[in-house]
Design a protein around this ligand. Structure first.
Ligand code: ATP
Ligand code: MG
Length: 360
């Protein structure tokens, strides 16, 4: 087991993470994980497995959630996150997050939470109807606590998460104004300097904020059966892309380079000149079939995934090695989250005595 990292560095902090509702896909990579990999040295980085949030829609599947927690850590390692450079954290073993969630729920009007467009969207695309759990909308409040427990400055996420970050910014401002005497006209960037417990965090949306799924319509999502997973083989990638519907009939039809297929072309074919050439030929209907382009995209995706699959293979089977990584990261997370909770309790007159939480 490696020694826990210290929290004494002066680097700004990032917090981000994934819900264990399945394995990670290309959308996660281009929308968030790629950015995390780039930032893991520049920032003090905390990457969270939001396993409690997985229970919002799958409370009857504890075995699957547990499996997905470990699979996602494997995916992170495969994509280039390294436990020596960032803390990989298990949400349910950071009690300060749950405590802050309850507290922050008091700072947000109920209707404000329910108006969140990402929640509304999820209710629709996941067919949750009227029967979602009370905990489902609460996860949006929980996510404000995930971020603020680490007093994160920046949150690398995909586009769908922006409303959640906006909610988090509101909680931070409200808390700092209500309990820390920060003026309501203070600039967001000045809150900490003016005595606020929480920085007002910024969303850091990657260049591809919303990768479309292989259904050609919805956001690529682990819950919508429209994802290319990083463990998919070359053959599986080709097969999935083959189903991507563009509506174009003939290779000589004028093509729309804003369709889903061309988002893939621009995202995954690294040769810029080749991308330009494909765009030109497609738009002009120069006898270039969708099938041909799909094969080229599949090859490019396969090249991207090949080294990831190789790295991932090293961690296959050994669950304890993954659990050890999570334990180390979670230990480090508790140091800062407990510190934050104490600061918040102190500000809100909730601190009556000290307490100490340590992982054995
Ligand atoms: P679920 O379907 O269970 O909501 P998800 O696929 O949306 O899963 P999350 O765990 O909610 O995945 O998201 C993790 C991170 O990956 C977030 O920052 C999210 O914005 C980003 N992300 C997920 N899907 C995409 C996508 N298709 N394009 C860009 N970013 C994405
Ligand atoms: Mg999601």
């Amino acid at each position: 087991m490696t020694a826990p990292m210290t929290t004494t560095t002066a680097k700004p902090r990032i917090l981000t993470g994934d819900t264990p509702t399945g394995q990670l896909h290309l959308g996660h990579y281009v929308g968030s994980v790629k950015r995390r990999v780039e930032l893991q040295d520049k920032y003090e980085a905390y990457i969270l497995i939001a396993n409690m949030h997985a229970f919002t829609t799958r409370s009857d599947k504890p075995d699957e959630i547990r499996r997905d927690c470990l699979e996602i850590v494997r995916d992170w390692l495969a994509m280039g996150l390294e436990p020596q450079r960032c803390a990989m954290v298990l949400q349910t073993e950071v009690p300060a997050i749950a405590e802050l969630t309850y507290f922050f729920a008091m700072l947000l009007p109920f209707n404000r939470v329910m108006r969140n467009p990402t929640l509304k969207d999820e209710i629709k695309v996941k067919n949750l109807g009227e029967n979602y759990s009370f905990g489902f909308p609460l996860y949006a409040v929980g996510q404000t606590a995930d971020i603020l427990a680490f007093r994160a400055h920046s949150v690398p996420v995909g586009e769908d998460q922006v409303p959640h970050i906006e909610l988090t910014r509101e909680v931070a401002r409200r808390f700092n104004q209500m309990y820390c005497g920060v003026d309501e006209h203070a600039e967001d960037d000045d809150h900490e300097k003016l005595g606020g417990v929480f920085p007002v965090p910024k969303a850091d949306v990657g260049t591809i904020g919303r990768l479309i799924g292989t259904d050609g319509v919805n956001k690529m999502s682990k819950s919508l059966s429209n994802a290319i997973f990083i463990t998919d083989t070359h053959k599986q990638i080709k097969k999935k892309l083959g189903k991507l519907y563009t509506g174009r009939q003939n290779p000589t039809d004028l093509g729309d380079i804003n369709n889903a297929l061309f988002q893939y072309v621009r995202t995954f074919i690294p040769d810029v000149e080749r991308v330009k050439e494909l765009e030109r030929a497609y738009a002009a209907g120069e006898n270039i079939g969708d099938g041909h382009i799909k094969v080229e995209v599949a090859d490019a995706i396969n090249e991207l995934l090949e080294p990831m699959r190789e790295r991932r293979a090293k961690y296959e089977g050994d669950d304890q090695a993954i659990i050890d990584i999570l334990e180390d990261g979670t230990r480090k997370a508790n140091v800062i989250a407990e510190q934050t909770l104490l600061m918040a309790k102190d500000a809100a007159k909730l601190k009556f005595f000290e307490r100490d939480i340590v992982l054995k």
